[in-house]
Design a protein around this ligand. Structure first.
Ligand code: MMA
Ligand code: CA
Length: 319
């Protein structure tokens, strides 16, 4: 406003001051109740208008300056807001970039894992494919072999069935034979109540006591001719039975010899000697030729004598 006063001072001069003073004097002389400007002269009115114009201009300028300052402040605030916004955007962008980078990293890790697994899976698939290819050849052969075996089994089935039936028949026949044999034995026992004429019975066995004499080997053959063998002593009772049928001062050949192996006495059925009734001092293998065949006395004791000696003999056979 002081500037306005200065601007106003530009239009001042001495003449104008004098005129103003004159106008003032006249206005004071003018009657009261009339508006002062209506009483002004045109010059003064013009001057007043100028003044008003100047004042208006000054006011306009002042308002413009004030508005400019406000606009400037607002602009500045706007700029700051924009800067803040930009900063904020930058920060957000930065954070977003970080997040994206982290996500990228994670994603790449996950992708790597998935890729690895896919590789494994494809490897596995390849293995299976190879195995399948191998199996087509090997398993095919194996299967056809098995099939062939099964077919052969099928073909053999009737034969095997027949074989089983034959086996069953055989088993039945064997059982029947056993039964028949048992019955025959029983029958023999029943029939064995009586030995052939001239034969003596003892415990289901028949004995023949010769009345003539001959060497041991000839006596052996004679027994065989009767479907019998020279007597074999199995028990003390049997030995006593034999002794009881011998007349005094007679000896009989037994089916006992050591011809094959000296001192190894053996029965005619091949059994070696276990139970014996040798006379005291016997067997002594006396004489130059030795004594290899056994005889039994009427007292039941045994003596070895020369086999070529002619003696009586005892045959034995089952009923
Ligand atoms: C004696 C005795 C026997 C022998 C005969 C041969 C009478 O008994 O030596 O051992 O066998 O003789 O005759
Ligand atoms: Ca003797």
């Amino acid at each position: 406003m002081s500037q306005g006063k200065d601007d106003f001072g530009i239009y001042e001069n001495c003449d104008f001051t004098k005129e103003m003073e004159l106008e003032e004097r006249e206005r004071r002389k003018a009657p009261k109740g009339v508006l002062p400007f209506l009483a002004l002269s045109p010059e003064r009115a013009i001057a007043l208008l100028y003044m008003l114009l100047a004042l208006t201009f000054v006011l306009f300028m002042a308002l413009t300056i004030v508005n400019l300052r406000r606009v400037s402040a607002a602009w500045e605030a706007l700029e700051q807001a924009r800067m803040r916004s930009e900063n904020s955007h930058t920060t957000v962008w930065h954070n977003l970039s970080e997040v994206q980078r982290a996500l990228d990293k994670q994603l790449s890790g996950v992708l790597k894992t998935i890729h690895g697994r896919l590789l494994n899976v494809s490897q596995e698939v390849e293995n299976v494919r190879q195995k399948t290819t191998r199996c087509k050849a090997e398993c095919g052969n194996e299967l056809s072999d098995r099939l062939r075996v099964l077919e052969e089994r099928n073909a053999l089935e009737p034969v095997l069935r027949q074989l089983a039936e034959v086996k069953q028949e055989q088993s039945r026949a064997s059982a029947l034979l056993d039964t028949a044999l048992e019955q025959t034995r029983n029958l023999s026992e029943i029939l064995c109540t009586k030995c052939p004429a001239g034969w003596q019975q003892f415990a289901k066995t028949c004995y023949f006591f010769s009345t003539t004499n001959q060497p041991w080997l000839a006596a052996k053959r004679s027994c065989n001719d009767f479907n019998a063998h020279l007597a074999i002593v199995d028990t003390e009772q049997e030995n006593k039975f034999l002794a009881n049928h011998i007349m005094d001062d007679r000896v009989f050949w037994l089916g006992l010899t050591d011809t094959d192996n000296e001192s190894k006495w053996q029965w005619v059925n091949g059994r070696s000697l276990s139970l014996s009734f040798w006379n005291s001092g016997e067997p002594n293998n006396a004489g130059q030729q030795g004594e290899d065949c056994a005889t039994i006395y009427s007292n039941g004791l045994w003596n070895d004598i020369i086999c070529s000696s002619a003696e009586a003999w005892i045959c034995e056979r089952s009923c």
